[in-house]
Each structure stands twice: as structure tokens, then as C-alpha cells.
Design a protein around this ligand. Structure first.
Ligand code: URA
Length: 235
């Protein structure tokens, strides 16, 4: 059994204060009847909750989309830098959150933050074939030969072998790259192996989930259920 106000906060409906106000106003119904006491107890798996007439799709775990800015690190805590958890708005924070994957400190774009370990593992495992798509700006021109080398699987100078990757030339000195693994600085090192330096990197898609173009850099929001599932569609 869980407290109603705590449960509503966990589902991203607002801060504790905001949801308590919502409950007191009679907007929240449990199994068809308005419940006005924020500390009422219920089992979210068994009860139907509506907020202002709209059914709440309860999820045990949370899935957050962040448009990561440059300058923050993908970690749960760090002594020197702000982390991606530090920049989440208070209403999205809860214990157990972690970034599903790593973007470098200077990389921007789509990052999923969750407390669902199995989900994160499935995104990150190369066996799942979830391709991550990046937009890269370069200090030189990518060519057909660069694309061919990416498609064959780049081998780093220390012998590390990358799985075949997809490269699409976007402009004279920019490209889209898709990889389904996450070695340290992988995209930057793949380009370096071809004599090109990445000057800007942004992740634009994870599997079938694209970065919301209306989500400004540095902002985060709860993901919809269909967005959560889209990650595993169309790879
Ligand atoms: N590859 C990189 O080099 N950096 C990232 O942040 C992500 C992929």
C-alpha cells in the first residue's frame, strides 16, 4: 500500500505540495470516488486512479527524456562536475535514478534516465541491436571511404574492434552515425581512426525514439508509455 500523494509525485504529476492541493480539490478519484485526503493509502496495481477525469497509467518505474547539455557528466554523483541527475527538476527526482548509458561531458542530446535496471540493460546491450544515432560535426570532410570503413567495423590502434556502424554524410563536414554499442568515446575514436576530429556531437535517436525537438537543451520530461516502448521498435 502506498500513500496517494507520494504515488502521484512518483508518476510525475508535480511536487508533493502541488499534488496535495490537487487531491484536496477533489480532482483525484480512486475506483470512481473522489479521495480528498493526500495520505490515503492504496495499492496502485489494483486501483484505478483518475486525475481530472483522465485515467492514470501507473508505472512502477519512471522513464525520463533529458536533452543533455554540454558540461554535465553522465553519472549519479561526481566530486567535480554537475551530473545529469543534478539538473533534473525537483518533481522528476526520485531515489534509484541513473542514466541509461553514457554521453561524454561535451556531448549533447537524447539521454534516458530511469530506475528500471532491466530496461537500461536492454538498451545498452549490443545483443539488443538498439542503434544510437548521433549527429557529428567534423574538422574535415567525411567521404564514401569513411562510410565504407565504418560499415566494415573500425579497429582502434589498440586492437579494439568495433561492430559495423552506419554513416550517412549530412553536409560537407558533418555526418550521422549509428552504432549499437557504447565503447568509451566510441564515435570520436571511430572518426579519429579515419583522420577526422569530432568538433560537436549530439545524440538524436535511441532505437526508434527520437529526441523531442520541442524539448530545449538542459530540460527533461517524463516519457510516454509509447516512447518507452519505441526504443525497441524499428532497429
Ligand atoms: N561516442 C562518443 O565519442 N561520445 C559520446 O558521448 C557518445 C558516443
Amino acid at each position: 500500500m502506498e500513500r496517494l500523494d507520494k504515488l502521484l509525485v512518483s508518476q510525475g504529476l508535480g511536487s508533493r505540495k502541488e499534488v496535495q492541493k490537487l487531491v484536496r480539490s477533489g480532482e483525484v478519484c480512486v475506483d470512481g470516488a473522489a479521495v480528498r485526503k493526500p495520505d490515503s493509502k492504496l495499492d496502485p496495481e489494483l486501483s484505478e486512479i483518475t486525475v481530472s477525469g483522465k485515467r492514470l497509467e501507473y508505472s512502477r518505474f519512471v522513464y525520463i527524456m533529458l536533452n543533455k547539455p554540454s558540461g554535465v557528466v553522465c553519472a549519479t554523483e561526481d566530486k567535480a562536475d554537475r551530473t545529469v541527475l543534478d539538473i533534473l527538476p525537483p518533481q522528476l527526482r526520485r531515489p534509484g535514478l541513473f542514466p541509461a548509458g553514457r554521453l561524454d561531458k561535451d556531448t549533447e542530446g537524447l539521454l534516458i534516465i530511469t530506475d528500471d535496471g532491466d530496461y537500461a540493460h536492454k538498451i545498452l546491450s549490443p545483443k539488443s541491436h538498439v542503434y544510437k544515432r548521433y549527429y557529428a560535426e567534423l574538422d574535415g570532410e567525411p567521404t564514401g571511404e569513411t562510410a565504407r570503413r565504418f560499415s566494415e567495423g573500425i579497429i582502434f590502434s589498440d586492437g579494439t574492434e568495433c561492430l559495423p556502424a552506419r554513416l550517412e554524410i549530412a553536409g560537407k563536414t558533418s555526418a550521422y552515425v549509428e552504432i549499437c554499442e557504447g565503447k568509451f568515446h566510441q564515435v570520436k575514436k571511430m572518426f579519429l581512426s579515419c583522420g577526422l576530429k569530432v568538433t560537436y556531437l549530439k545524440r538524436v535517436r535511441v532505437g526508434g525514439l527520437s529526441l523531442d525537438v520541442n524539448l530545449p537543451i538542459g530540460q527533461a520530461r517524463m516519457m510516454e508509455k509509447n516512447e518507452k516502448n519505441a526504443v525497441f521498435i524499428g532497429n
